[in-house]
Each structure stands twice: as structure tokens, then as C-alpha cells.
Write a protein that binds this ligand. Structure first.
Ligand SMILES: C[C@H](O)[C@H](O)[C@H]1CNC2=NC(N)=NC(=O)C2=N1
Length: 231
């Protein structure tokens, strides 16, 4: 029998010690490091779903820097290092490596839902060409995208190529500039007048990125094993 997605996730076993884990697959992280854990607790009533969200979310939590990429088995490491490097925020790019080093993620913001959707459609066409799919979520004018390869697990050339293509497509579709995004973010003391989800994110110390990452994690949790190579 194939191991379940859950049994391969080491950070979850920090919170749930009875879970199996492979210490080679993941770098352990602090139990207290995820505001998403709190968010997931509040949003999910099923212990199974909650456990899977926790596992996926903590395994992929992104960090600004210092993470080491973990490439898929069989990758040309030197080539991937050099194409990855300029994409990372630590080198002036816009993508962050997740804690486990196995995924790249970032958020894209547009003026309208229509532009956001057009961007996602364009990305989806590239996915079709490359036979590779993102873990992503969208709310209104913002799309969160995470690139990772499920088989063989880790960061692959396709992830890096698609991340670079996303940057280009986002520009083509009129992505809101980074500075503009920051100036339109309400400060924590400002009343937002927004819905309960955003208010909850504020209360739990989560950001919009965390909310969208949480949505993507929920989808991953119920997506099943989509990427098992066919015999
Ligand atoms: C059989 C087929 O090649 C696989 O299912 C592909 C499809 N898309 C994929 N997408 C991602 N993100 N990871 C994969 O391992 C993957 N595998």
C-alpha cells in the first residue's frame, strides 16, 4: 500500500506524536510557528480534515529566506539553482521557498476579479502544456500560487519554469505593483469593514496570504493523490 500523504508529513507529527513520519523527508519546525494552525482550528469541525490541513499547511509554511531548496530526485541541481536564484525574494525576486524547501509560493494582486481570472486562465494554459498543476487559491483580486512537484517529491524544473512564467504573465495582465499593494493595505488599527474571514485573520495574526494559503491547503487536503505516475 502507498503511504498516505499524511504519514509522509513530519511537522504534523510534532503536534500529533502518534503520526508516522519520515525524518529524511522533512525539516522539523517549531510547533508554535503557525498562525494558520489556529485559523484551521477555528474553521474546521472535522478532526481528519483539521489534521490534514495542519499537516499540509505547516509542512509548506513559507519563510522569507534562508531555506534551502529541496529538489526532486533526478534534477540537475546546478541548473535548477541558477534558474531558481533570481526568483527568490532574498535575491530581489518575488517568490519564497516554503519551510520544507519543496515549494515556491507567492501572491499576485490585480485591480479586478476579471483580470485575476484572466491571469489564472493564462497560467492554466501553461499548466496544460507542461502537464503540471499548481496548488492555488483565489479570492476576488488576489491569487495565491504554490509550485511543488508531487512525484518525485520536491522542487523541479517545471515548478521553477512555471513560477517564472507566472511573473511574466502577471505583468502582462497588469499586476498591481508591490508598492501600490502595500499602500492599499489597511493598517491593523484601521477598521476594515470587511467580512468575518478577514477579521478573523487579523485576530489570529494571520495575513491575507495565510488565508489564501489556507484555502489552497484545504483543496490539497481533499484532492487525493493526483500525481501518481500511471503504469
Ligand atoms: C502522470 C502525470 O505526469 C502526473 O500526474 C503529473 C501531473 N501534474 C503534476 N503536477 C505537479 N504539481 N506535480 C506532479 O508531480 C505532477 N505530475
Amino acid at each position: 500500500m502507498r503511504p498516505s500523504r499524511l504519514s509522509r508529513v513530519s511537522p504534523a507529527s510534532l503536534a500529533f506524536p502518534s503520526l508516522k513520519r519520515s525524518t529524511q523527508d522533512f525539516i522539523p519546525i517549531s510547533r508554535a510557528s503557525s498562525p494558520l494552525v489556529i485559523l484551521a482550528h477555528r474553521q474546521s469541525s472535522s478532526p481528519l480534515i483539521l489534521t490534514r490541513i495542519l499537516a499540509i499547511t505547516t509542512a509548506h509554511m513559507s519563510t522569507g529566506s534562508k531555506q534551502q531548496p529541496r529538489f526532486s530526485a533526478g534534477s540537475d541541481l546546478a541548473a535548477l539553482e541558477s534558474t531558481l536564484s533570481p526568483l527568490l525574494t532574498s535575491n530581489g525576486g518575488r517568490w519564497n521557498l516554503t519551510m520544507d524547501g519543496e515549494a515556491l509560493e507567492r501572491e499576485f494582486k490585480f485591480k479586478t476579479f476579471a483580470k485575476t481570472w484572466d491571469f489564472m486562465t493564462a497560467v492554466s494554459l501553461q499548466c496544460k502544456i507542461k502537464n503540471h498543476h499548481p496548488e492555488w487559491s483565489n479570492v476576488f483580486n488576489t491569487t495565491f500560487i504554490r509550485w511543488t512537484t508531487h512525484h518525485p517529491k520536491g522542487l523541479s524544473a517545471k515548478d521553477i519554469e512555471l513560477a517564472a512564467q507566472c511573473d511574466q504573465l502577471a505583468q502582462d495582465f497588469g499586476e498591481v505593483a508591490e508598492q501600490e499593494q502595500q499602500s492599499t493595505q489597511p493598517s491593523p488599527s484601521q477598521p476594515t469593514g470587511r467580512g468575518p474571514q478577514q477579521q478573523q485573520q487579523q485576530q489570529t495574526g494571520g495575513t491575507a496570504t495565510c488565508g489564501l494559503a489556507g484555502l489552497a491547503a484545504r483543496a490539497v487536503g481533499s484532492a487525493g493523490d493526483c500525481c501518481v505516475p500511471r503504469k
